[in-house]
Design a binder for this molecule. Structure first.
Ligand code: TYM
Length: 332
């Protein structure tokens, strides 16, 4: 059974993009693979996090993942900083990855913004830590949204250079699993930008904890165009906002976009948006109820995360030990 790894940052309430692009695809993999999922707090502090907020958001993110269908008995669910092997392998990878490779990372350019000199050095070497997250488990499949593709290519470059430099066949090749019609959910205000936790406008995204009223209002205000819906996919090509809304409804209802268009062809967005709102509210209600229940019992949540960290550590430690030996560190 091959091993799957993925992670999510605890830097705010997850968006519908996180859910449709990643979390939802993690759930079935628990049945078919050895699945390891991680709340990546080490990654989160590459930009400033208030310590109390970070603690709260880390727990909330873990609870959200469980509410979305991850079962801590059937997968390994843990907090990144609880397994020290990630940070240690990341240091070795800092010494493998070339500056030129990191300079090409578009996410660093986006996140660092205009004042690059003021970005943390952690933000710059973030992809090396991401490579360590995956490779410290010898995981070979990584379910993510489209935006993480470049980082996974870099992880493969790191694994190959490590193997080549030390003359070993130690780290495996990683395959991204980028699934479904919602691998890239776009902002509700601008169909050319991805939906993101860090967008200053809350109107640009659906948060997993939004109330039915919030969802209705955000969908009603979502940017569209004056044309009615076409009857085939090609008719959405130059209409990013319309394509996004159709993609979201398709993902939430498990319908093919083509079939949705056949059903709604000729309709304006008013009626379509009502259907979309109802579908989102119905889909998110049970997740929200379960999240509320889980957050009322933080002790059980913490116990589940401790168990997850123990299991993860048991897989990672021997792999890290071997990497240390390959590099030439003296045995302890
Ligand atoms: P993060 O926390 O930004 O996002 C978590 C997951 O959500 C996906 N995603 C989206 N998918 C579709 N449409 C969107 N608008 C959208 N926004 C986010 C992301 O692709 C991701 O899969 N660096 C990672 C976390 C990470 C990781 C790893 C992932 C750390 N180590 C190792 C995989 C393997 C990140 O910041 O994800």
């Amino acid at each position: 059974m091959s091993r799957v790894f993925s992670g999510i940052q605890p830097s705010g309430v997850p968006t519908l993009g996180n859910y449709l692009g990643a979390i939802r695809n993690w759930v079935p993999l628990q049945e078919t693979h050895e699945a390891i999922y991680c709340v990546v707090d080490l990654h989160a502090i590459t930009v400033w996090q208030d310590p109390a907020d970070l603690r709260r958001q880390t727990r909330e993110m873990a609870a959200t993942l469980i509410a979305c269908g991850l079962d801590p008995q059937r997968c390994t669910l843990f907090v990144q900083s609880h397994v020290r092997a990630h940070a240690e392998l990341a240091w070795i990878f800092n010494c493998i990855a070339r500056l030129g490779w990191l300079n090409r990372m578009t996410q660093f350019k986006d996140k660092a913004g205009k004042d690059r000199e003021a970005a943390s050095s952690g933000l710059y070497v973030y992809p090396n830590l991401m490579a360590a997250d995956i490779l410290v488990y010898h995981a070979t499949k990584v379910p993510v949204g489209e935006d993480q593709k470049q980082h996974l290519e870099l992880a493969n470059d790191i694994a190959e250079k490590f193997n080549h430099d030390y003359g070993v066949d130690f780290f495996p090749h990683i395959d991204p699993l980028i699934q479904g019609v919602a691998a890239r959910v776009m902002s509700l205000r601008d169909g050319t930008k991805k939906m993101s936790k860090s967008d200053p406008s809350d109107q640009s995204r659906i948060n997993l904890n939004d109330s039915p009223d919030d969802i209705a209002q955000k969908i009603r205000r979502a940017k569209t165009d004056p044309e009615p819906l076409p009857d085939h996919l090609a008719g959405l090509e130059a209409r990013p906002e319309a394509r996004n809304l159709v993609g979201i409804l398709a993902a939430v209802t498990g319908t093919l976009p083509e079939n949705l268009l056949r059903e709604h062809a000729g309709q304006g967005f008013g009626a379509f948006k009502n259907t979309l709102t109802d579908a989102l509210v119905a889909h998110l209600a049970p997740i929200q109820a379960e999240l509320k229940r889980l957050l009322e019992d933080p002790a059980s949540l913490d116990a589940a995360l401790r168990l997850g960290a123990e299991r993860a550590g048991a897989v990672a430690e021997p792999i890290l030990e071997k990497a240390r030996e390959i590099v030439g560190f003296l045995p302890r």
